[in-house]
Design a binder for this molecule. Structure first.
Ligand code: GDP
Length: 339
């Protein structure tokens, strides 16, 4: 670990700091005066998403599968807050190695919680949970009381992590919360995710670099928001008097077709002229009507999403256009092993 420790302020440890959410959360916490320590994957270069704040954060490459080393890290860093954002998050590739998915996404949070219990039970713990735990949702919209019913290995691993967090809170008395976040996007989203795939293609097509875009199911619907808004909710959850789980969502469904229409229209293009359906991109088991009810977050945390769908997509297209025009470094390359 390297870096300068400011004299004042709280310390936060972020696993997965090199991801979309980790990078936004690190910026948010630095702005608030935190000392920020991040865990990155062993052997990886400094991720592009945190290159601009590299001199202001400390990094460790502790293996999240090694509970002993996690405990040592907690003792060395002495954080007041731990945000567990590490893990693979692309659903299709979770079918290929469901055992790895279970280990990193499912079991690592349980190891972290155990390390917190044995080193410093006063640490406040945030678990990055997901709407995918509702899977084939038993009601719509979903809230914190909706039964968990995952439909893919990613959702199943996240469901285990979710219940580990609930149990650590209710059984061990830890301040452990699970933020059940719906899809959240940004110009830092990986290119394998549908939002960024579409905004990147709209940019390339508008610049004459490509002509068509192969897509899967255009009728699939998601509840999409802006990652920069959602990480504010993570922080708010750890500042409450009592730990609770929260659904963080926009509360509005849009189809992939809407996404294509808005992204292409922003560049003066008609998506129907460029989007082609490729049946190999249609998913075998699709989650249905995943739309969140963020009432509890609104009430307890005073949280509202500031950026709505059309603005978000237009902002992402603009960022992709600018990146191509300036030949800037690419942010959001697919994770290793992502499909
Ligand atoms: P997810 O909600 O975590 O699976 O996030 P994604 O951004 O990967 O996908 C959202 C939805 O877009 C799913 O319902 C997909 O079936 C749908 N979709 C349609 N075409 C595509 C495509 O070409 N790529 C991806 N990734 N998703 C697509």
């Amino acid at each position: 670990m390297t870096g300068v420790v400011p004299a004042l302020g709280r310390t936060a440890l972020i696993t997965g700091i090199g991801g979309q959410d980790g990078s936004y959360l690190a910026e948010h916490l630095l702005d608030k005066g935190y000392r920020v320590v991040g865990v990155v994957r062993r052997g990886s270069a400094v991720p592009a998403r945190i290159a601009h704040i590299r001199s202001r954060i400390e990094l460790s490459d502790v293996d999240l599968l090694d509970e002993g080393r996690i405990a040592d890290l907690l003792l060395a860093v002495r954080p007041q807050e731990v945000y567990n954002l590490a893990g693979h998050s692309f659903v299709p590739s979770s079918w290929e190695r469901s055992d790895l998915m279970a280990d990193v996404t499912g079991l690592a949070p349980a190891r972290l919680l155990e390390a917190i219990r044995t080193t410093d039970p006063a640490i406040r713990f945030y678990q990055a949970s997901t709407s995918e735990i509702f899977g084939n949702a038993l009601e719509s919209p979903q809230s914190e009381t909706t039964p968990v019913n995952p439909r893919n290995p990613y959702g199943a691993a996240k469901a285990f992590a979710h219940f580990s967090t609930v149990n650590a809170r209710e059984g061990l008395g830890l301040f452990a919360v699970s933020g059940i976040l719906y899809n959240h996007e940004s110009p830092r989203r990986g290119l394998e995710f549908v939002s960024r795939k579409v905004t990147d293609a709209a940019a390339r097509i508008s610049l004459g670099m490509a002509d068509s875009l192969a897509m899967g199911n255009l009728d699939a619907q998601r509840d999409w928001g802006f990652a920069g808004d959602y990480i504010r909710a993570m922080w708010l959850m750890l500042q409450q008097d009592a730990p609770r789980d929260y659904v963080i969502a926009s509360g509005t469904l849009h189809s992939v077709r809407d996404l294509c229409r808005v992204a292409f229209a922003h560049m003066g293009l008609d998506y129907e002229r460029h989007v082609k359906i490729d049946p190999s991109l249609v998913r075998p088991a699709e989650t249905v009507r995943l739309v969140g009810d963020p009432s509890r977050a609104r009430r307890d945390l005073g949280w509202e999403p500031a950026m709505l769908f059309d603005h978000l997509i237009a902002m992402m297209v603009d960022a992709d256009v600018e990146r191509y025009r300036n030949g800037r470094a690419h942010v959001g390359q697919p994770e290793p092993g992502a499909g």
